[in-house]
Design a protein around this ligand. Structure first.
Ligand SMILES: O=c1ccn([C@@H]2O[C@H](COP(=O)(O)OP(=O)(O)O[C@H]3O[C@H](CO)[C@@H](O)[C@H](O)[C@H]3O)[C@@H](O)[C@H]2O)c(=O)[nH]1
Ligand SMILES: [Mn+2]
Length: 742
């Protein structure tokens, strides 16, 4: 890194062109004006609610008004905090080509890549292999790249797959270089429209046979003797004794490629590839992914100690071999270097269906909002596709916190060979499960413990320490990951996030207090917006049931169409939805995907946000212990066919579906009731807003009705869920009606 700094300061003296530029979004001013107008409308609405509360005539009407008031306060808070993303959106461009002309390769800093995996059955080893190969094949000096795989599953199958990958790499790397490939994940390449030649066929056969071997091993559940060829490999597998389980085992560190001596078939050196499975013991906490990353920070410090660290999830392969050079465009800039903690690329996905039915693209979370935070002090860390300065993990820019041994220091120069005895011994020691426990790892240094969204929490804490970050969103996505393709997987993932976010809310680092004080009002609000995500469930649940139950009982709770307040509601609704649609389309979304995005917000509000909050409560009270439930990455054929057709997958019963089905039923009933009244000639003036909301929910619930009544495939709504929900919806109706009458 030192050398890079030298080279760029000297080149900037001769006024080299900038390697990156920044542009402010043109609509910032417009956004601010709209924000001012919309704020007035919100204040008027709250005033209207206050009046209604004061003038309520019965206990029931008081409670209804109160519930609407509370919902709108939450919506108002979410709206206000969201404005922080809209105040100063910026767009960046980088010029890697220019950098390559000016900076010498030998001055490039070294790079340590971390890839996390945790379970061979939920995260297929072949997907880890593809991710690993895609970064091993980076267009970056091989001598400067080391790829570390953290295997929290402690699986010999994963190690075996990576051994195979190391062998395959010696053919794959020259092939990529020679044909100048951009798709360097073999799976992505072979699935793409590639040119066919005898050479391609040969390498494809090689790839397929590796795949068959790896899948065979996975099927058998262990690595049979006939698959083990070399002596070195045999010794590696002897670690898997009878006592070895994934929760209880010694550390395993295996150097599979060594960039000081291993060459590919064309005689070029290859990057290092190192398998690490940290020690596990049932009696010591392992802190899930944050723990795994910290173990890698330590092990890599001992072995290579690169100043730049790239973190990747096992399913996020590189989609552009130039990415590290793009990153250098920022890291080499002396003007921003001193406080630059990390550079985050957006999470983008392959294999989304056309209308993205589950809205897993998370356009706001991964694209629109980060460019807003980038105009402040930088995007949040999203766990993958992020280049860190190693130094940023050791205290603030001005207040370096030294680790307990000098070898872990970010400045330490490794002067021994990675396979030398002292290095391997120390690496095993720092991969020990008790190693981090008595030190500041996870609290003051490294990735931060204490939240299931360790990424969100770590990025936020780094900002608090004074680090800045950059959002880098090139046209060709730098990384591509997989998305869950069944509704339950989507909701479970989001539920875990909710638990993690609430852990941040109820810690001493609450963004509204600690955040606004330490990282500025707007940044604090931005982090607050995320950490209060679960609170969406409150307005969503209230709006999904109260107006409709009131409608079923013929009680009007919103302004009449002829009243001026009605227009306030119209403005608030159209303003919010209109702005959402506009922003969504501006970041490249289609109208259909926008529709599904807003639908998923309703769905999440009634399911994972609600259940996640409950789970947090149980965890907090010590009643349950939720851990990091991995997102499933294995797909069955039928399921993926349904996904491709854009059909919702319910399949297995889950309590999270119950409120969804209840809402679908109650809204349909309310709509029918409202419409029959209208047909019978009664004026709907008083009930119009309620009928409209019911209608809106019904339209959004179309896939639920279909799954309940029309479908017979395996992804249909389980009968059990439907019947429980019908019963509960009836009960809710009866209770509500009785309360209204008393
Ligand atoms: O004990 C654990 C648990 C998970 N992981 C790894 O963490 C990554 C993310 O897990 P996944 O199940 O894919 O979670 P997602 O919800 O899809 O991931 C998002 O949310 C996580 C926080 O909840 C972040 O860590 C991720 O980077 C972010 O993409 C995977 O590579 C896992 O192998 C571990 O290494 N050890
Ligand atoms: Mn994931």
């Amino acid at each position: 890194m030192e050398s890079l700094r030298d080279c760029t300061t000297s080149s900037s003296a001769t006024s080299t062109p900038a390697f990156h530029t920044l542009r402010q979004a043109r609509r910032a001013a417009l956004n601010r004006v709209f924000a001012a107008v919309y704020s007035c409308a919100i204040l008027a609405l709250l005033y209207h609610h206050a009046l209604k509360l004061i003038h309520s005539t019965s206990l029931a009407s008081f409670f209804i008004s109160l519930s609407l008031f509370i919902s709108d306060i939450f919506l108002a808070f979410m709206w206000v905090s969201r404005q922080s993303f809209r105040m100063n959106q910026v767009y960046r461009s980088e010029f890697p080509e220019k950098l390559k002309e000016v900076v010498n390769e030998s001055d490039f800093p070294t790079l340590d890549v971390f890839i996390c995996t945790a379970d061979p059955y939920k995260e297929p080893p072949m997907s880890v292999v593809n991710t690993a190969l895609s970064v091993i094949a980076y267009e970056y000096p091989a001598k400067k790249v080391s790829v570390y795989i953290s295997d929290d599953g402690g699986s010999q199958m994963t190690l075996f797959a990576l051994m195979e990958a190391a062998k395959f790499a010696s053919h794959w790397l020259p092939f990529c270089r020679k044909n100048n490939l951009v798709d360097r994940s073999p799976d992505a390449y072979f699935a793409s429209n590639h040119t066919s030649s005898s050479e391609t066929e040969k390498i494809k056969i090689m790839y397929e046979s590796m795949k068959i071997k790896v899948d065979n091993v996975l099927e058998r559940g262990k690595v049979d003797d006939d698959y083990i060829i070399g002596e070195k490999e045999r010794t590696a597998f002897t670690k898997w004794t009878n006592e070895f389980t994934r929760q209880d085992h010694p550390p395993v560190i295996q150097v599979l490629l060594d960039n000081s001596k291993d060459k590919d078939i064309s005689g070029h050196l290859m990057p290092s590839l190192i398998y690490v499975s940290r020690e596990k013991s049932r009696t010591s906490p392992h802190h899930f992914k944050a723990g795994a990353l910290n173990a890698l920070v330590r092990v890599s410090a001992i072995m290579t100690n690169a100043p730049i660290i790239l973190t990747l999830d096992c399913d996020m392969y590189s989609n552009d071999p130039q990415t590290p050079i793009r990153v250098l465009c920022y890291l080499s800039d002396p003007k921003i270097r001193s406080t630059l903690g990390y550079i985050q690329f957006p999470q983008k996905f392959h294999g989304l269906n056309e209308s993205d039915i589950y809205a897993c693209e998370y356009k706001y979370l991964f694209i629109a909002n980060p460019s807003g935070m980038d105009g402040l002090s930088g995007p949040n860390y999203v766990g993958t596709g992020c280049f860190f300065r190693r130094r940023a993990l050791f205290g603030g820019p001005l207040t370096m916190i030294s680790p307990e041994i000098p070898e872990l220091n970010p400045d330490h120069v490794v002067d021994k060979h990675i396979q030398s005895r002292p290095i391997l011994e120390l690496a095993h020691k720092v991969a020990g499960c008790n190693y981090g426990n008595s030190t500041s790892w996870g609290y003051k240094i490294g990735f931060k413990y204490g939240s299931l969204v360790e990424d969100f929490f770590t990025g936020y804490r780094l900002k608090g320490e004074g680090w800045k970050a950059i959002f880098c969103n090139p046209k060709r996505p730098a990384f591509l990951g997989g998305v869950p393709i069944s509704l339950l997987d989507v909701l479970n993932q989001c539920k875990r996030w909710v638990v993690g976010l609430l852990e941040v809310v109820f810690s001493k680092y609450n963004p509204m207090i600690f955040g606004t004080r330490n990282i500025g009002l707007l940044m604090g609000l931005a982090y607050a917006h995320y950490s209060f995500w679960p609170s969406w469930s409150i307005p969503t649940t209230i709006y999904a049931f109260i107006p409709q139950l009131a409608l079923l009982n013929g009680v009007s709770i919103f302004p009449k169409v002829s009243e001026p307040w009605f227009f306030l509601y119209v403005f608030l609704f159209l303003g919010a939805y209109g702005q959402h649609l506009l922003e969504f389309v501006l970041v490249g979304g289609t109208i259909q995907r926008w529709w599904n995005d807003q639908r998923m917000w309703m769905i999440r509000g009634l399911s994972c946000f609600l259940f996640g909050s409950l789970e947090y409560l149980l965890k907090h009270l010590g009643i349950s212990t939720t851990g990091f439930n991995l997102t499933n990455k294995v797909v069955d054929d039928e399921q993926s066919k349904r996904y491709e057709q854009g059909v919702f997958d319910f399949g297995v019963p889950s309590p999270m579906f119950v409120p969804l089905v209840m809402a679908a039923i109650i809204n349909l009933a309310a709509l029918v009731r409202g419409l029959t009244k209208a047909f019978m000639g009664r004026k709907l003036e008083e009930l119009f807003v309620q009928v409209f909301i019911a209608g809106f929910v019904v339209v959004n619930s179309a896939p639920i009705y279909e799954a309940m009544v029309l479908r017979s495939d395996k992804g249909r709504m389980p009968i059990k869920t439907t019947s429980v929900s019908i019963f509960l919806a009836l009960a809710l109706y009866v209770i509500f009606s009785l309360t209204l009458r008393n």
